[in-house]
Ligand binder design. Structure first.
Ligand SMILES: Cc1cc2nc3c(=O)[nH]c(=O)nc-3n(C[C@H](O)[C@H](O)[C@H](O)COP(=O)(O)O)c2cc1C
Length: 135
């Protein structure tokens, strides 16, 4: 099974989760600046909300996908919203790429909120989640 991990992270929170997921499934975590270069069965895509949307670089990455993707598994860190799934799934719908109902999300530190998050427990939970998805 071919798996890829891409993420966008301004402050490093989502990057921590991306690395935990990538490590668990044995691939490298790469940013969305790196386009997919070959077909994949599963794309783990990580992002965070900034003012109720994902960064334009995430949208550009999705719109630029020109390989076959079996399904996308969303993961995100956020201060308040439950996840970024709703921000990316309409873009994937345009590409006719399914987004799995399973996703991973956890709190990410933001100003005075959620200090230390994501923490080691979150990273372990993300790794366990990723192993379940690919098993
Ligand atoms: C400019 C800015 C806007 C944000 N807007 C939201 C938001 O609308 N909803 C939310 O839940 N979190 C919001 N956050 C919190 C981030 O999504 C959260 O800290 C996340 O973990 C950041 O991930 P990163 O470190 O990978 O960039 C915002 C953070 C920043 C810096």
């Amino acid at each position: 099974m071919k798996v890829a991990v891409r993420y966008y992270s301004r402050g490093g929170n989502t990057e921590k989760i991306a690395k935990a997921i990538a490590g668990a499934v044995g691939v490298e975590a790469q940013t969305v600046a790196q386009p997919l270069e070959e077909d994949v069965d599963i794309l783990f895509l990580g992002s965070a909300p900034y003012a109720f949307d994902v960064d334009d670089d995430v949208k550009k990455f999705i719109r630029g996908i020109n390989v076959s993707v079996g399904k996308v598994v969303n993961f995100s860190t956020s201060a308040a919203v439950s996840s970024t799934r709703k921000y990316v799934e309409k873009l994937f719908a345009e590409k006719k790429i399914p987004v799995a109902k399973e996703e991973f999300s956890c709190r990410g530190a933001f100003m005075m909120l959620h200090k230390g998050k994501p923490d080691e427990n979150d990273q372990k939970a993300a790794a366990d989640f990723a192993r379940r998805i690919v098993s």
